[in-house]
Design a protein around this ligand. Structure first.
Ligand SMILES: C[S@@+](CC[C@H](N)C(=O)[O-])C[C@H]1O[C@@H](n2cnc3c(N)ncnc32)[C@H](O)[C@@H]1O
Length: 338
């Protein structure tokens, strides 16, 4: 068990079993409230074509809920927990599937042991700062994204690309002895050596004869604040290329750290089905509200090719959840009484 009390190896009690869900019946999409590792057990092998996700960063935010990822005292535990979750993601991905993982970096604490609450963003403050990992010094850039990338590579994933998400509107920093950080990483992993990648779907414009060229690895995208959420959401423009390149209409997309549901919103727009897993019921509710708004936009919720109103059974969320789990309509939140 790690310092966070989280055992991704499945030995936790029934309280950690995913316990409620939203579903978008017509489109075969939904949100599961639960922790990622346990919720992924609900799905058979090779269910999803693509996973696009942004896990909590290490030591940056306290989401105030047991079993959260990112609040581990040790960096190694954080990476081990993520690796185990992504083992499950690999299992539920189709053999030609891809994982697009957005993750940011952080600095060692410089021996400060706590951080003040941020009044504008209550989730920003932690009641502790994780200790400086062994081998690093105060003020060191930790290199979290690359440590995760190498851990997943060692665990069997094919590391295919590091994409730099350049943020022209990045937060100013008060530092005077290094440049202001203006980027994060988006890693492209594949489950197999050969995989589905629709390069034409994400060509970028060029001055060449054809007016287009293969997508480059630096993407300049402004961050987009999302009013309802008190945590970092990724912009829809960062999620669109992975979904366009990694799936075809009606394919299933997974986000095991769903937050405010950005991946779901893009999927509804691009006519893909999705499953979002979110530990914090409040956030799942925010996401459901957002998706309901999107779904009521003209044609915002049509999954091309799905017979309606009765979707084919194979195209829908598993209908045999554990006895403690229910699938409820998009229109509401239902809590398990346990
Ligand atoms: C960086 S946010 C994701 C934001 C999301 N990409 C968006 O655009 O809104 C990470 C999310 O992971 C959730 N989370 C933390 N630990 C989790 C776990 N063990 N299982 C599932 N979700 C978890 C947090 O509650 C938070 O909403």
């Amino acid at each position: 068990m790690n310092a966070n009390g989280f055992k991704p190896n499945g030995s936790t009690g029934p309280s950690h079993v995913p316990h409620s869900a939203f579903s978008c019946e017509g489109a075969g999409s939904g949100i599961i409230i639960g922790d990622a590792w346990h919720s992924l057990q609900l799905f058979p092998d090779r269910t999803f074509r693509c996973c696009v996700t942004s896990p909590p960063y290490w030591g940056l935010r306290d989401y105030g809920i047991p079993n959260q990822i990112g609040a581990e005292k040790g960096l190694d535990e954080y990476i081990a927990n993520l690796t185990e979750i992504f083992q499950q993601v690999k299992r539920v991905l189709r053999d030609d599937g891809t994982l697009w993982l957005n993750i940011g970096d952080s600095y060692t604490s410089g021996n400060r042991t706590w951080r003040d609450a941020d009044k504008k963003n209550p989730a920003r403050g932690m009641d502790y700062r994780p200790p400086t990992p062994e081998g690093l010094k105060p003020k060191d850039l930790i290199g979290v994204p690359w440590r995760i990338a190498f851990a997943l590579q060692a665990d069997g994933w094919y590391l295919r690309s590091d994409i730099v998400w350049y943020k022209p509107n990045c937060q100013p920093e008060s530092v005077k002895d290094r440049p202001t950080r203006a980027h994060e990483y988006l890693f492209l992993f594949s489950k197999s050596q050969d995989y589905f990648y629709d390069r034409k779907a994400i060509l970028e414009s060029a001055t060449s004869k054809t007016g287009a060229r293969n997508r480059r690895t630096v993407w300049s995208i402004n961050t987009e604040p999302f009013a309802d959420a008190h945590f970092a959401t990724f912009p829809a423009s960062l999620v669109e290329p992975p979904i366009l390149a990694g799936t075809q209409p009606n394919d299933m997309v997974l986000d095991p750290f769903f937050g405010s549901g950005t991946v779901g919103e893009v999927c509804l727009r691009l006519k893909r089905r999705f499953v979002g897993i979110e530990l914090k019921p409040d956030y799942a509710e925010i996401a459901a509200r957002r998706l309901r708004r999107q779904a009521t936009k003209p044609d915002g919720n049509r999954a091309d090719g799905l017979p309606r109103p009765e979707a084919k059974r194979a195209n829908r969320l598993p209908r045999t959840p554990p006895s403690s789990q229910r699938t409820i309509p998009f229109g509401g939140v239902e809590e398990d009484s346990r």
